[in-house]
Design a protein around this ligand. Structure first.
Ligand SMILES: [Zn+2]
Length: 299
């Protein structure tokens, strides 16, 4: 499988050739950055998970410390450009297909490299209590990923670190700005969880003619309460998929989201499985259009 995937990436995308001119910040490097980049790619492809696993499974160069030093100063924009070329080729060759007729981007935060002892200048930190109840710091890295959700699989188009002292939304804004610029036609709709229900993000995506959906959390109290109030007044649309039956309301809500200043579409979905009531989810979409373009259930 590993060899097959390598052959495939060479044959269709010329990947190793595309990586040949990548650089990093090492001085007089004995092993080229391209070799390191290919080693990292192979490590991912072989699903080894970490550099430690790589060290245990391989006696080949580059060494773990070379990978770490090179990766630390690798030209990230070069890698982004390689990713863009691969996406363009895949799209041109019709390897990607839309999900239910819609090209959907998903934005999501991830946490990596958690440690109680090791830290670097890019680490975020949080206070935790250990088993004895003493306070201690834990160090970790976080990033936002922008994922294109296709019919059969998903691909990551870009990532952006969430730096110490900043929240998901600040990093998400940088990421979305760049993705809209580099992949202007790759997607028409962006979905995120409640963290991305932010007027700056909605406005940015609107300026790029993208529709936006985010999970509506109770903290956005006015919008939440209005949606629930309207749900009491209207009959839902009822339908069933497998063991789950749905009761769905769709409301156009005005003047309940300060800072955004426009009407939003709020979808309330109550899901009941055979085991009983499981959850109540509320989502907010930018406009009525999204639900009319065939992504969601009929309303
Ligand atoms: Zn760090």
């Amino acid at each position: 499988m590993f060899k097959k995937a390598l052959r495939y990436s060479r044959k269709h995308f010329d990947l190793f050739k595309k990586l040949k001119d990548i650089t990093d910040k090492r001085i007089k490097a004995r092993i080229s950055t391209a070799e390191v980049a290919i080693a990292i790619f192979s490590l991912q492809l072989a699903n080894l998970g970490s550099l430690n696993n790589y060290a245990q499974s391989s006696v080949l160069s580059p060494s773990v410390s070379t990978i770490a030093r090179s990766a630390d100063g690798m030209d990230i924009d070069y890698l982004r450009n390689v990713n863009l070329q691969i996406y363009k080729k895949a799209r041109k060759k019709k390897m990607l297909s839309a999900y239910r007729g819609e090209w959907i981007g998903i934005i999501d935060g991830k946490e990596i490299t958690t440690s109680d002892y090791l830290k670097c200048s890019h680490c975020k930190k949080r206070k935790l209590r250990d088993k004895e109840g003493r306070l201690k710091y834990q160090y970790y890295h976080q990033f936002n990923a922008f994922i294109l959700a296709c019919k059969d699989f998903s691909i990551t188009l870009d990532i952006e670190p969430i730096l110490p002292g900043e929240g998901e939304q600040t990093s998400a804004y940088r990421l979305l700005e760049r993705v809209c610029k580099n992949y202007p036609k790759a997607f028409s709709l962006v979905i995120g969880d409640g963290l991305y229900l932010n007027e700056k993000i909605f406005k940015l995506l609107e300026a790029h003619h993208k529709k936006t959906i985010a999970v509506l959390k109770e903290e956005r109290r006015q919008l939440f309460q209005e949606a629930n109030r309207l749900s009491l007044l209207e009959e839902p649309v009822v339908y069933r998929e497998g063991k789950t039956s749905y009761r769905v309301w769709g409301h156009s809500v005005s003047g309940c989201w300060d800072g955004y200043g426009k009407d939003v579409r709020v979808i309330v979905s109550q899901e009941i499985t055979k085991k009983g009531l499981t959850q109540k989810m509320v989502k907010a979409g930018k406009t009525r259009r999204w639900w009319q373009t065939g992504c969601g259930p009929p309303i």
